[in-house]
Design a protein around this ligand. Structure first.
Ligand code: CP
Length: 355
């Protein structure tokens, strides 16, 4: 059964993921063959948080498939500014569109929207939680450049604590059983959360920690840089202290393998110097372009005429209260409270925060 919503990439089966990645690479080779595939279809991009790549690549994807786009990039120019709930906005917009891509600062927002939408919902980033279409983009780029998704040594560098892109990448590779060795390059304060390392512990993936980019870089097949995300810090002082700890420059690139590829979900601030852009191993702008093919393929997959599976929503429990202050249940008080079990842990159904 085909997935209806993409809240996490693992809403796809491994077969579906493989088909979506392969189709994205086919689209890249011959985009003209797909120019009318979504004729008459409408994508709504509901962006409650800033974005350059995700929103515009979703819109480009739908336009290149022959469809049309509606939506907003500033909720304050909509009736959200008058107090309209996520539920009501979603019901209305899903009545206008065939598919929704939603970005929101609160964790679990896309799952909450999927409860009320009458069309498929794609999570385009929910706070520090998940960013499945970025992961799809990353996997398409890896397959395109390395010819495989397995057996790679992948360095993840920067803000591994708050980085939804690196969480999604580890989570997806682990759950799909794609074997990789991850090197977590960060300070102690910004290290990978334990819930991600626990997922990796139950997968074919292995991992190690390193606090020096210089030391780690020679062993890597892929270096995935991330921005230290000012907007996710509670303290400006802490951000200022940590913001320039890892900077990729030509000197460090000299120590890397000849076939290293450097990825970054972007935007970058200072963590990759402009000189690195001229290195043929710097593929982050190409990666952003692959995001269009990845999203074209995903939209096609979700709009296919085969039966789709609705949202899975387990464990409704009126007494459950999520402890995460950034959970969507904190700002949208009407949402049914619910949790699920992940091993021995009880987790919020929306944001996956553990009790
Ligand atoms: N990679 C990414 O999510 O970029 P935007 O925030 O510009 O969408």
């Amino acid at each position: 059964m085909r997935a209806k919503n993409i809240i996490d990439l693992t809403d796809l089966s491994l077969e579906e993921l493989t088909a979506v990645i392969d189709q994205a690479l086919e689209i890249k080779k011959n985009p003209a063959a797909y120019a009318d595939r979504c004729k008459g279809k409408i994508l709504a991009t509901l962006f409650y948080e800033p974005s350059t790549r995700t929103r515009n690549s979703f819109q480009t994807a739908m336009l290149r498939l022959g469809g049309q786009v509606i939506g907003f990039d500033n909720p304050m120019s909509t009736s959200v500014s008058k107090g309209e709930t996520l539920k009501d906005t979603t019901i209305i917009m899903s009545g206008y569109a065939d598919i929704i891509a939603m970005r929101h600062p609160m964790e679990g927002a896309a799952k909450a929207a999927a409860l009320y939408a009458s069309c498929p919902v794609i999570n385009a980033g929910d706070g520090g939680h998940l960013h499945p279409t970025q992961t799809l983009t990353d996997l398409v780029t890896l397959k395109d450049q390395k010819g495989t998704l397995e057996g790679l040594t992948i360095g993840l560098c920067g803000d591994l604590k708050n980085g939804r892109t690196v969480h999604s990448l580890c989570n997806s590779m682990a759950k799909f059983g794609l074997k990789a060795h991850f090197v977590f390059i960060s300070t102690k304060e910004l290290t990978m959360p334990e819930y991600i390392t626990e997922i990796l512990d139950h997968s074919p993936c292995t991992y190690s920690f390193c606090d020096s980019l210089e030391e780690a870089i020679p062993s890597l097949d892929v270096l995935y840089m991330t921005r230290i995300q000012k907007e996710r810090f509670d303290s400006l002082e802490e951000y200022e202290r940590l913001k320039n700890v890892y900077v990729l420059d030509p000197e460090k690139m000299k120590k890397a393998k000849a076939d290293l590829i450097v990825l970054h979900p972007l935007p970058r601030v200072d963590e990759i110097t402009n000189e690195v852009d001229d290195d043929p191993r710097a593929l982050y702008f190409y990666q952003a372009k692959c995001g269009v093919y990845a999203r074209m393929s995903l939209i096609l997959h979700l709009l296919e005429e085969t039966p789709a599976q609705g949202i899975t929503f387990g464990g409704e429990d009126a007494s459950f209260r999520c402890p995460n202050p950034k959970c969507i249940t904190k700002s949208e008080g009407y949402l049914p409270h619910a949790c699920h079990k992940d091993g021995e842990h009880t987790c919020c159904e929306y944001c996956d925060a553990r009790i």
